[in-house]
Design a binder for this molecule. Sequence first.
Ligand code: PLP
Length: 452
Amino acid sequence: MIDKLKLNIMSETDNSEKLYNEARGVIIGGVSRNTIFRKPYPHYASKASGCYIADIEGSVRVDFANNMAALIHGHAYPPIIDAVTEQLRKGTAYTLASEIEVAFAKLLTERVAGFERIRFVNSGTEAVMTMIKASRAYTGRAKIAKAEGTYHGTYDFAEVSQASDPSNWGDPESPESVPIAFGTPESVLNDVVVFPYNDIERTIAILDRHADQIACVLIDPVPHRVGLVKGTSEFVEAVYNWTRKNGALLVFDEVITLRVNYGGAQEKYSVTPDLTALGKIIGGGFPVGAIAGRADVMKVFDPHESKLLFPHSGTFSANPITMTAGYKAMELFDRDAVLQLNILAQKAVNQIQEAIKLADVPVSITGAGSMFRMHLKEVPPKTYREAYQTKEAKTVINELLDYMYFKENTLMINTFSCMLSTVMGQKEIDKLTQGLLNAFKALKPKIDNLNK
Ligand SMILES: Cc1ncc(COP(=O)(O)O)c(C=O)c1O
């Protein structure tokens, strides 16, 4: 694989540490996204191909992070590269619409039953923000409801209580609205109602207290930070029924979870969200977001309306590069590809469970479809508060991640999660499992200690 990647290895002194020190002089903190920051310095990628990624020191690793779940076919997937290369020659962004945008919209709306109409934007954050604003425009209400601990990107309202901790999360009967950024206006906090995920009784009681003010209830069907646990059918149905009774919308964040089934995580519920935010895999490796859903709700964007409720634009929205890459990626992530990838993930989960037994460590695993997350707890967490990682647990997780990264040449997501890609096979799963077995054995005393 090293040969295949044809590394441009920098000289010994031109390594990531040196580059990072230079970066700190020009980029604040040295990075443009905290996700990739690692102590003492992040590594710099030189090349990536398939499920392998190389850094400028020349180390090659199996990539189980896939740019935070965005690369469903791994890196530099030839059919995407070919299609995008052809499009690059025809221009990258126009002040005109493009045919590929229409073709891609057809592909996605035919794929998922609830996607009657769609609009493209440039990121998952923008998709969630636009979905919330569309809900407000449609209902004429200001408040939104979201679950404690869920990550939905960086829009003020969506990021409330994304990282609540025991010092500020408050009573579970009425979780606090906790700001993530200093300076978040009080008015934002007042307009976000926070509920405990999968807890029907408490959630309905909380929603009832704001019944005529809530524009939408925002649900991620398999929220990563809540422990990568699935929203139960009963919970989602209860929230849906509440929204029907109270004139609110049920909106899903499927920015990550669209990969879970052919028709997204929503395919498995008996109820359909009114709107859905998309991102990540639908960009085929390029920045993307989309809002899809009920035609009558999506009318808030429609410039044909005599009273346009939500005028909406974006310079790079639906640019032909993203549309071309996304079309190819999603066309090739067909029913069979989804099925095969989910089977591979299930094999990985089974093998990891074996490794946990062999290493005799109190570790559990949660997930859905082609994604899974490990927890340093014998019993898998069911709620954000159970999944919450203490400082001590985080320290051990970072050691496990470092072990996997440096000793086992395996890149994982920093919550101790993996998001698989279609170019992976049994070989990569075996490597991951063996690496985890070694890591669990090496850190067993520390993992045991957390559970005492
Ligand atoms: C569930 C979810 N929603 C929204 C976002 C924001 O997407 P983006 O990073 O493209 O803005 C993310 C990103 O990780 C996400 O995981």
